[in-house]
Design a protein around this ligand. Structure first.
Ligand code: FES
Ligand SMILES: [Fe+2]
Length: 344
């Protein structure tokens, strides 16, 4: 079952235009577009007339016109015109979903009842500004949501799966600390590497030379929102006692984990950095590197899913590095149980 009473990333803000897109989210077909007033709209991607995908229609002003017989819908999902007749049957209504743009991403509420806006992530770094540059992308993975949770909560895999970009031997060698806040439903995983080689991903973008201190601090807000706070600084130069840290380079690496179906998942990502903010060549370099990293994860998870699909008994022997992932699973189970209890 899907956890529904939460916000999920549904689209990159850049994907939303007057050309509608269709995407499967939590097993439902969703159409999304930006109307001419600039508002973003999400609605069921099925025309109530004959079921044609509304994402194959076109945006005219504030409305979406079905690409099959031209029935026209407003942003609230009501049919406002039907070619060839004046009377509009009231059943010509499409379900809409609350859709909220937060910087580089748009979040959707697929749950029942009123959306809980307090549960939107507090993530100002998703928004580009004079101090921050943000790039973003999305990949479809032929693997289930749980495999992506496991992958992101244990970054020791960087050493082996992403050795050409972000993985260095020290990632896997450095122990982690895990903090779980059951009440706030948050898992944090810290890995602080000291006096280590700077991997190409950061060396080529920060200009740092020699040994660095590299911190990877994960905050996972189950089910859908993940933030990796990455800090790079010349070794031996921690933040000052007053908390200022201007001599360091910071990047926030966001992931939006959005189930498409029970066995496929959307892997939204965004990189937000406070250095080389104006430098478009750094954007291009990071986008290319990140696309490579994401593809390596896609390939690995696809292989794992194929093994799961064989249906043979799987083994799973967990060690210390799995504590974050196991805590995440516990919280996800609790959330699913709660929703089940609330709906029965
Ligand atoms: S299927 Fe959409 S108007 Fe007929
Ligand atoms: Fe990875």
């Amino acid at each position: 079952m899907f956890i529904r009473q939460r916000w999920y990333v549904a689209a990159l803000a850049a994907e939303l235009s007057d050309r509608p897109i269709g995407r499967t989210i939590l097993g439902e077909h969703v159409a999304m577009y930006r109307n001419h007033a600039g508002a973003v709209v999400a609605l069921r991607d099925t025309c109530p007339h004959r079921g044609y995908p509304l994402s194959l229609g076109r945006v005219v002003g504030e409305h979406l016109v079905c690409g099959y017989h031209g029935f026209t819908f407003d942003a609230g999902g009501s049919c406002v015109s039907v070619p060839g007749q004046d009377r509009i049957p009231s059943r010509l209504h499409v379900r809409t979903y609350p859709l909220v743009e937060l910087g580089a991403w748009a979040f959707i509420w697929m749950g029942a009842g009123e959306p809980d806006y307090a549960r939107l992530p507090d993530a100002p770094w998703l928004e580009a500004s004079e101090e921050r540059a943000v790039i973003a992308g999305v990949a479809a993975i032929d693997a289930n949501f749980g495999l992506l949770v496991d992958n992101l909560l244990d970054l020791s895999h960087e050493t082996f799966l992403h050795s050409g970009s972000i993985g260095t031997p020290e990632v896997a060698e450095t122990p982690i600390e895990v903090e779980v806040d059951e009440a706030a439903r948050r898992v944090e995983v810290y890995r602080h590497m000291t006096g280590v080689v700077c991997p190409p991903f950061y060396a080529n973008t920060t200009g740092l030379e020699g040994l660095v201190d590299r911190w990877q601090d994960i905050e996972y807000h189950p089910p859908a929102f993940y933030q990796l706070n990455s800090r790079l600084a010349p070794t031996g130069r921690p933040p000052l006692p007053d908390g200022s840290d201007d001599h360091a380079f910071h990047m926030k690496i966001f992931y939006g984990l959005t189930p498409a179906t029970e066995r496929t998942v959307w892997d939204f990502w965004a990189l937000s950095r406070d250095f080389a903010v104006e430098d478009r060549t750094v954007d291009d370099f990071l986008a290319k590197m990140q696309a490579g990293v994401v593809q390596e994860d896609v390939d690995a998870l696809t292989v794992l899913q194929a093994r799961l699909d064989e249906g043979n008994e799987t083994t799973e022997v967990s060690i210390k590095i799995d504590r974050g992932g196991l805590a995440a699973r516990r919280i996800l189970d609790d959330m699913a149980r709660e929703e089940l209890a609330a709906s029965s």
